[in-house]
Write a protein that binds this ligand. Structure first.
Ligand code: ADP
Ligand code: MG
Length: 393
């Protein structure tokens, strides 16, 4: 199944209104009762069911009548809501080819009105298997509406907030452009993931730069936690850019040392294998027999002057709160089981896309203007199109 943005162009105002209603209903319902969707959408002339049938045809919603007649969004439906918001905000006007398939994301090229090409990352938490842990089910008992939509939105928000904060502190990261729902738009990095690079002019310099980044991150109170050859981009001038931030943790995390060592180990291992770098074990002793094999030039977590919480202010400014961090961390560390997120289903066939060239989007600029609270009461002042940005699901 393609991310067929053609369909997006032909969706009417009513289609989007009903799609938004399903999204809002999902804050409290795994499957949103059809009747509730009708009430939230409150189309002037009725006909919500007909619209739902159209959305179903385009695989933007999933029909479920096992317990009662209802619908939920598919990833594609969620994609369309985010893309429409971005287009309406003027962030981009066209969607191009897919440039990356991550473990829990799909990345596409998008282009703005003036032809600037950027990268759009659509987070897909719940697509692949989870680091399932059999305990702490308590957590979910308190959160009946915990779902993949919410998790993917949190992952995007976290990524956006970290990218922005890191950029402000001079780290080589993509420029964070905008964020809505599970979607992050950032500058396109010209280059390749390190894993695809077979040869370097100056492997030593690149290695030192990369290790230096892990150290500097820790000095700023942060650990990447997935710092490896897949998340380091390198361009023709061998300039390094790091990507992929949803799993970052603070140096005050209880497993900080382990995460730090693991990031360092990944880089040492990769450079040793791919570029045949050998790593000297330093010692002040002239007699090599005295060298303790554990005492190397590797940065050690304990010897770094760390500023825990240094970026907290910047992160909060991007709308990413401590509560958000706790929630997503619980998921990333495996306290949430796959079963608990089953309504995320595996819409992977909806995520696989293969678009040639760019499809420009001339969308109806008008937004659905009414919204409702969780009980389905209509509040005419809310902008439903921004629903993905607001509070908890
Ligand atoms: P995941 O979290 O799923 O691993 P990543 O953020 O690592 O996703 O992105 C997956 C792949 O997409 C990367 O390995 C890279 O090839 C590509 N990619 C991601 N962001 C960009 C970007 N800003 N510019 C160019 N390519 C990118
Ligand atoms: Mg990655």
């Amino acid at each position: 199944m393609k991310l067929d943005v053609d369909v997006l162009r032909y969706l009417s105002k009513d289609d989007f209104r009903v799609l938004t209603a399903v999204e809002m209903g999902m804050r409290n319902h795994e499957i949103v009762p059809s009747e509730l969707i009708g009430r939230i959408a409150s189309l002037k002339h009725g006909g919500t069911y007909k619209v739902l049938k159209n959305l179903l045809k385009h695989k933007l919603v999933h029909h479920d009548s096992s317990k009662y007649d209802g619908f939920r969004l598919t990833y594609l439906g969620y994609d369309f809501l985010a893309i429409k918001t971005m287009v309406n905000r003027g962030v981009f006007t066209a969607v191009g080819r897919q440039i990356g398939v991550g473990k829990e994301s799909d990345i596409f090229e998008v282009a703005s009105e003036d032809g600037t090409v950027m990268a759009m990352k659509l987070h897909r938490l719940g697509r692949t298997s989870f680091r399932a842990v059999k305990s702490k089910r308590d957590y979910l008992r308190h959160r009946s509406s915990f779902n993949w939509l919410y998790l993917s939105r949190l992952a995007a928000l976290k990524e956006f907030a970290f990218m922005k904060a890191l950029e402000e502190h001079g780290f080589p990261v993509p420029n964070a452009v905008d964020c809505n729902r599970h979607c992050v738009v950032m500058s396109l990095i010209q280059g390749y993931p390190l894993v695809q690079v077979k040869q370097l002019q100056n492997p030593d310099t690149v290695f030192e730069t990369i290790i230096g980044l892990v150290v500097r991150l820790a000095e700023h109170g942060l650990i990447h936690c997935d710092f490896n050859e897949f998340n380091i981009m390198i361009d023709d001038d061998e300039k390094v850019t790091m990507i992929d931030f949803p799993q970052m943790v603070s140096v005050s995390h209880r497993n900080a040392q382990m995460y730090f060592d693991r990031d360092i180990e990944c880089i040492y291992k990769f450079f040793g294998k791919r570029f045949n770098l050998s790593f000297e074990e330093h010692s002040d002793d002239i007699d090599n027999s005295e060298v303790d094999p554990d005492e190397s030039s590797r940065p050690s977590f304990s010897s770094i002057t760390k500023t825990a919480g240094f970026l907290d202010k910047e992160l909060a400014a991007s709308g990413f709160t401590r509560k958000d961090e706790d929630e997503i961390q619980k998921f990333i560390e495996g306290d949430v089981e796959e079963d608990d997120l089953s309504h995320g289903e595996h819409d992977s066939e909806l995520c696989q896309t293969n678009i040639k060239g760019f499809d420009s989007l001339h969308l109806d600029q008008e937004e659905p203007t009414s919204s409702c609270n969780e009980e389905g009461q209509v509040d005419e002042n809310l902008q439903t199109s921004e629903a993905g940005q607001s509070g908890d699901p």
